[in-house]
Design a protein around this ligand. Structure first.
Ligand SMILES: Nc1ncnc2c1ncn2[C@@H]1O[C@H](COP(=O)(O)OP(=O)(O)OP(=O)(O)O)[C@@H](O)[C@H]1O
Length: 613
């Protein structure tokens, strides 16, 4: 039999087929012993009941063919009906248990994915192409829950029902008619099944090879319904263009896919049919030739079991797709977990207290996949308790410096010293409790306004007074009080009772978050473009209160707005990955270098716009 299967599709295909079918069993224990036991039992029974139905029906038919013997006929009739009804009921139970098992397994795999994603305290594993790809596959399959590991695990158990049914029918034919007929029937069903799964695997591989066009279709579909891009698509009149582009991308994907589908299914189907049909014809011809000598019951049983078994050579919708591709998300999580460890900033020494300066000492940093460093032999001192502003052209590396300070990445070479202690050797979590950051692309959490501020310090989310004070310090308290449920209003318009904020209001929420962190023990404040969306009055107010807000904190201020920057104690100009100039505003203006030129350009714009009285 194995030789026959190999002849149809090759030995590699046979091994791959067995491996794919059983791969889901690896995750089955994650569903819990009780659920697995229940699912296994219902799968076994629902597989045996159709065979029992065939046996009972053949008894009924056999008895009907002879002189009718009332009570016996009735008993077998009741057995056949009972088997049919019980199978219907148990099929529902089996579906429910399979769903439960799949959800539990997917829950466990999702938890593992989150643990792996958060295990790297830096961003390296979330920005490396190989890890990003693995994570994307895993997240998509787990979210959709259709081709997920849970479905693969549950389907591997549910497959037992089909196996029991197949074995039962073949046994019936072997016992009622001839052992060789049972064996031939078993082989033919296996052959058709092998061809089905082989075709499915090849089709899945062809679909994988078309992942690029499929990704484009996904993206274009999302683009057409996303509110953000929706504004531009309407205003620029891109609807027709989007429609055409989606149509072109769809055809570019569909045509090769259908060609691959024909190739995957047709060739094995022809070979299987060439072997399988004559084999079945042989069994039926033998039955026709000798059937007259068989007792009626055995004859009917052979016919019913043969037809039942042949039906099992088909595609199994509850099993095949799930067991063929379902474990990919699981393997992707494995791959991600294996790759993610590499970039994790290590260290366990207690974090320094930031009483002295923070010093970048010969720091060099290159992003993964890039060949040129963003920062190169950077020497920079951030005095304790003072505000240092960092300025520089787009792409100079200002935000990268912020990420290194927050230890989202570690330097390739060089050190960041805090009170003389190398940050690379310290405990990341402890260091982060000392640092409050407002990123340029800060997060907008789909949570209440209070939570959006309180998340600045994990833990004291119930510090309502602290949240109010931070909101007041960032100049957003009055706006939040006007919301339908005040601080408890969800900041997401699609949530019940939720609302959205303006860009500047969101920025003040992000500032309030950093201020809240300062209230809860942070001593280093990093503000990356904190006033980019603020109106002139709010920005002026922010800087009037800035000294009070940041009192005692070592502050790093990244900004392109020189009205903001000039308030800093100390200004640093970054260029070519290093410090190009440093000093106070007045010193740098007197120097007449890059800073003075940039300041002059920006100031001139304001002067030009002044309208003469
Ligand atoms: N995740 C990343 N992967 C690869 N390259 C990156 C990544 N992030 C930033 N870069 C590159 O690093 C360089 C510095 O970027 P960075 O964001 O630090 O500049 P910036 O000075 O903050 O710029 P801007 O003033 O525009 O905000 C840029 O050339 C950018 O393309």
């Amino acid at each position: 039999m194995t030789a026959l299967l190999r002849a149809v599709t090759g030995s590699a295909a046979l091994t791959a087929g067995l491996r794919a079918t059983t791969a889901g069993l690896r995750v089955v224990p994650l569903a819990g012993a009780g659920t697995v036991a229940g699912l296994t039992a219902t799968a076994l029974v629902t597989g045996a009941l159709p065979v029992l139905f065939a046996v009972a029906s053949s008894q009924v038919l056999g008895a009907s063919a002879g002189p009718v013997r009332g009570p016996r006929l009735l008993v077998w009739f009741a057995v056949a009906t009972g088997a049919l009804l019980l199978r219907e009921v148990l099929a529902q139970v089996r579906t429910a248990l399979a769903e439960l098992a799949a959800r539990r397994i997917d829950g466990a795999v999702t938890a593992r994915m989150m643990t792996a994603a958060l295990a790297d305290p830096g961003l390296t594993s979330l920005t490396r192409p190989a890890t990003v790809d693995a994570l994307r596959i895993a997240a998509r399959e787990l979210e959709e829950g259709v081709r997920s590991p849970g479905q693969a695990g549950a389907a591997a158990v549910v497959l037992l029902a089909r196996v029991v049914e197949w074995a039962g029918y073949c046994l019936c034919v072997a016992v009622a008619f001839a052992w060789w007929a049972g064996a031939v029937l078993a082989g033919v069903v296996l052959l058709f099944r092998h061809a089905q799964r082989y075709g499915l695997r090849r089709y899945a591989a062809a679909r994988d090879a078309l992942a690029g066009p499929e990704r484009e279709i996904d993206y274009l579909r999302r683009l057409s319904v996303a509110p953000d891009a929706g504004k531009e698509i309407r205003v620029f009149g891109l609807g027709g263009w989007l429609h055409d582009r989606l149509g072109t991308a769809y055809h570019a994907w569909l045509h090769p896919l259908w060609a691959a589908r024909r190739a995957a299914y047709l060739a094995p189907f022809h070979r299987v049919t060439a072997v399988g049909v004559p084999a079945v014809a042989l069994v039926l011809a033998a039955l026709g030739a000798t059937g007259g000598h068989l007792p009626a019951t055995a004859f009917f049983l052979t016919v019913l079991a043969t037809l039942g078994a042949l039906r099992l050579g088909e595609f199994y919708p509850e099993v095949d797709l799930q067991t063929t591709v379902g474990m990919r998300a699981h393997d992707a999580v494995d791959r991600f977990a294996g790759l993610a460890g590499g970039g994790a900033p290590a260290g366990s020494a207690p974090a320094p207290g930031v009483r002295g300066e923070i010093r970048f000492d010969g720091v060099r940093f290159t992003y993964p996949g890039r060949d040129r460093p963003v920062l190169d032999r950077l020497d920079l001192a951030l005095p304790a308790g003072r505000c240092t502003a960092i300025v520089g052209a787009n792409g100079a590396g200002k935000s990268t410096l912020v990420k290194l300070l927050a230890r989202l990445h570690d330097p390739d070479t060089g050190r960041i010293l805090v009170d003389g202690v190398d940050l690379a050797g310290t405990d990341v979590a402890a260091w982060r409790r000392r640092i409050a950051v407002t990123f340029q692309d800060f997060a907008r959490y789909e949570m209440s306004a209070a939570d959006n501020i309180g998340l600045g310090a994990a833990g004291p989310l119930d510090d309502r007074a602290g949240i109010r004070a931070a909101a007041a310090a960032a100049g957003i308290a009055a706006d939040l009080d006007r919301l339908p449920a005040g601080l408890d209003t969800p900041l997401a318009p699609h949530l019940t009772g939720g609302t959205d904020l303006s860009g500047g209001q969101w920025q003040r929420i992000a500032l309030a978050r950093a201020v809240f962190a300062l209230r809860h023990g942070a001593t280093v404040l990093v503000l990356d473009e904190p006033t980019a969306s603020l109106d002139v009055r709010t920005e002026a107010r922010f800087f009037d209160e800035f000294a009070e807000l940041t009192r005692g904190a070592t502050t790093v201020l990244v900004s392109h707005r020189f009205a903001t920057v000039r308030h800093a104690d100390h200004i640093v100009v970054l260029a070519g990955g290093r410090v190009a100039e440093r000093g106070t505003h007045d010193e740098l203006i007197a120097l007449g270098g890059d800073y003075a030129r940039m300041y002059g350009l920006q100031a001139a714009r304001y002067h030009d716009r002044q309208v003469p009285a």
